[in-house]
Write a protein that binds this ligand. Sequence first.
Ligand SMILES: [Zn+2]
Length: 107
Amino acid sequence: MKKKTRRRRCKSCHDLFMPDPRHLKRQKFCTKPECKTDSTMHSQQNWLKKEKNRDYFSGSEHVIRVQQWRKENPGYWKRGKSKKTPALFGHALQDTLLANTSDGKGF
Ligand SMILES: [Zn+2]
């Protein structure tokens, strides 16, 4: 018996194609150049979506809260060097913790 490779329908041109066995699960586009372009765009969009979601859930909300808190407590951040790193991701989350803990104890 011959091994049967399931054919797939390309998400872009809707033609049937034989997916590369190594990428069986991931390949949703055939090997036509225009579909490859589509595939690249598709995965990039997916990636962007994921990034956005991640930002949305674990980032911006906290960042905004921290930024607001910073506005209300400007003196706090003048201690030490004011770092304006683009990677305030980890910082922001830490800051949130700080903000939360110092919030209830009154200023
Ligand atoms: Zn195609």
